[in-house]
Design a protein around this ligand. Structure first.
Ligand code: ATR
Length: 274
């Protein structure tokens, strides 16, 4: 069977092997997918050894997404804009690097939640790696307006410059500090790591109404502080479990040319969380 891995450090908790085993099963693909713990200073060497052994592709997770970007000999446009790679494909001497996080987020919102983003007002909270990773697929949906707010304004400004360089000029782009945010948004995405300390960026409740989708890229058994705050405003709520499954489905598609069904797996993972 063709061999794939997810490479990270730590890696023991990764759900990717069970997700890809499920996809391989329902798509009748003859493949194996394992965990690979790379030493913190040994990412490139681990990839080289895996390729040497005939490996076909790899997912890359914390803390190696930037190194994977540097290692790739070819990059997709969305990986270029992300500055990070989560999917590697090996073909002879070539290493193709892609980033499926953004399309995973967009597919979870547009297909799974059934919410179109064209001409909508989108707010992205945070300007770190997670935010940058989803820029191009979100902009490709052609929202009317795309605002990035961050604690450190200069980082939001940098992402807006990147977005301008890749944009077609039809999306109104803006960077902002929390206090300057105005009006209601159709979609508010939390890409900050504030959830890890059970905190919410200090944004106004008036940004939400009952038609706003509040999306947290994180997920877990407990609702994040951001989703609890959005809930008190009557917003619609969604956590990052669907993004996890959809980014994996896109990687699977890149490698195997088959797009797996995700609905049953999402239900199964949701039940396992509870
Ligand atoms: P990640 O890979 O998760 O994006 P990162 O690149 O370190 O990690 O980015 C973390 C993001 O969360 C940043 O936007 C950070 O804001 P700063 O750029 O001002 O540092 C944001 N963040 C982290 N903790 C936060 C908190 N308690 N409140 C608000 N924003 C926070």
């Amino acid at each position: 069977p063709d061999q794939y891995v997810v490479i990270g450090n730590p890696i023991a908790h990764s759900k990717s092997p069970s997700i890809h085993a499920h996809f391989a099963g329902i798509c009748a693909q003859h493949m194996e997918y394992a965990r690979l713990l790379a030493p913190l200073d040994g990412f490139a060497a681990s990839v080289a050894a895996f390729r040497q052994a005939g490996g076909k592709g790899a997912n890359v997770t914390v803390p190696f997404k930037l190194e994977a970007y540097a290692l790739a000999t070819q990059l997709s446009p969305r990986a270029q804009l992300a500055g990070a790679v989560n999917t590697l494909s090996f073909n002879g001497d070539q290493i193709f690097g892609d980033n499926t996080d953004g399309v995973g987020l967009v597919n979870d919102i547009v297909r799974n939640a059934g919410i179109a983003l064209k001409n909508k007002r989108i707010l992205l909270l945070g300007a770190g790696g997670a935010a940058r990773g989803v820029l191009l697929p979100l902009l490709s949906e052609q929202p009317a307006e795309f605002v990035i707010a961050n604690r450190t304004l200069s980082k939001a400004e940098e992402l807006i410059v990147l977005a301008q360089q890749h944009g077609n000029g039809t999306v109104k782009l803006q960077s902002c500090v929390w206090a300057a945010l105005q009006g209601r948004f159709d979609l508010i995405i939390n890409a900050t790591s504030a959830s890890l300390s059970d905190e919410v960026p200090p944004i106004s409740a008036t940004l939400f109404d009952s038609n706003t989708l509040a999306y947290d890229m994180m997920y877990g058994a407990q609702m994040t502080a951001f989703l609890r705050f959005a809930q008190t405003q009557g917003a619609q709520l969604r956590d990052g479990l669907g993004m996890l499954v959809e980014q994996a489905a896109e990687s699977f598609y890149i490698w195997r040319g088959v797009r797996p069904e995700t609905a049953a797996l999402m239900l199964e993972l949701r039940r396992a969380l509870e």
